[in-house]
Design a protein around this ligand. Sequence first.
Ligand SMILES: Cc1cc2nc3c(=O)[nH]c(=O)nc-3n(C[C@H](O)[C@H](O)[C@H](O)COP(=O)(O)OP(=O)(O)OC[C@H]3O[C@@H](n4cnc5c(N)ncnc54)[C@H](O)[C@@H]3O)c2cc1C
Length: 404
Amino acid sequence: MTHSDVIIVGGGPCGSFTALNLAKLGINVTVFEEHGEIGVPSHCTGHLSIKNLKRLGLYPLPAKIVENIFYGAIFHSPDGKEFSVRFSSPVTCVVNRTIFDKYVAEMAEDAGAYYCLNSRVESVIFENCFVKGVSVKQHEKAEKKFLAKIVVDAEGISSRILRQTGLSTFNRHMLVNAVQAELENVKNLKTDMIEVFLGRDYAPGFYAWLIPKLDGKANVGLAAKAGNPKKLLRKLMLKHPVASKKLHKAKILQISFHPITLGGPIPKTYSNGFLAVGDAASQVKSTTGGGVIFGMTCARVAAKVAYEALRKNDFSQGFLSVYQERCEEIWGFDANVMLKVRKMLDVLSDDKIDDAINFCAKFGLDKVLQNIEDIDFQGRSLLCILRNPRVSTALLYFLLLYLL
Ligand SMILES: Cc1cc2nc3c(=O)[nH]c(=O)nc-3n(C[C@H](O)[C@H](O)[C@H](O)COP(=O)(O)OP(=O)(O)OC[C@H]3O[C@@H](n4cnc5c(N)ncnc54)[C@H](O)[C@@H]3O)c2cc1C
């Protein structure tokens, strides 16, 4: 049996960022990743806020990771109305997720983290109601036990390990099935703006997106509560009044399918000797499905709390509960607001979405939204612009749309 201070299940961005932050603090940390290569397979579009990458100490990124940068977004309503918000400087970028994941993992390794690839964590080991390690199948050989004082679960949405600890997993009613494709030969791209397509015919319960890259390539995807995402993507590419003009001749270079959890963080993210981070803990924005920034933000908190627990030699859930408290301080308010907005959007009919987009465009809401300081912390951003009379009128209008 091998001993580490901390074991991390999963070498995705949240697992590796936890490992990086722990290794920098001199902690002996081992990461188990079930695949033979970090970042492969990739299921993610990789659209991230520049400001919050900077806040995490990750921006500027090496040029090979960033595929494009954007000044804002164009929203298309189901009947083809358009509303766009353009900022004065770039607000987001699209990263190649495979290279991004490798980059974070390499930084963690350089800082001293130990990576075991082809190593699937099959189960957690319990002793006196404490998680004490994991049982791992490496290279398809017999399982081996590895002990640690704390296990951090960064296994992503599968939640297999989380379930073994008895913690509640994400809200299944708020799950959408997504498809993400890299396309080439995309026409009429506005390469400095992302595009969002709303409407139940193409993305019931969510939306479709087009993230332009350079050389006529783009990441295009959608998520849906119902229907087959692959068929919906085909329909978007061939039939959507706006998207099809850009996509009908495009060729799919890569395609992947993966669910997204939109129900906000799980109710409890810790237990004795155990912390959950990233998609495993459903640390995902309910409005957009983006999970990298919040997951990594919580990963950094998890690393700090694990470090403090090791110093105090206290791995009880009483002590580890501070992890959840600190995460809630950072984005609990935003998570609640985003969940409420998601639930409101879910019930709006296409006609009402048309009205809303039309209203935003005519009412000049872009002038106010351009002043939003943070596109991830959406609750706080909303509060900041709430005093603007245009915003309060718009909110009243949206509330009426929702209620009537
Ligand atoms: C179609 C789609 C598009 C998306 N686009 C964006 C976007 O543009 N921006 C954004 O911010 N977010 C986006 N997301 C969400 C984002 O991909 C996730 O929030 C993010 O990947 C979560 O990181 P993670 O490290 O928690 O989990 P993952 O990235 O899922 O990593 C988990 C890792 O754990 C490994 N693993 C799992 N089980 C085990 C085990 N038992 N033993 C060992 N290893 C294991 C997996 O192989 C994997 O490497 C998107 C999601 C989807 C589905």
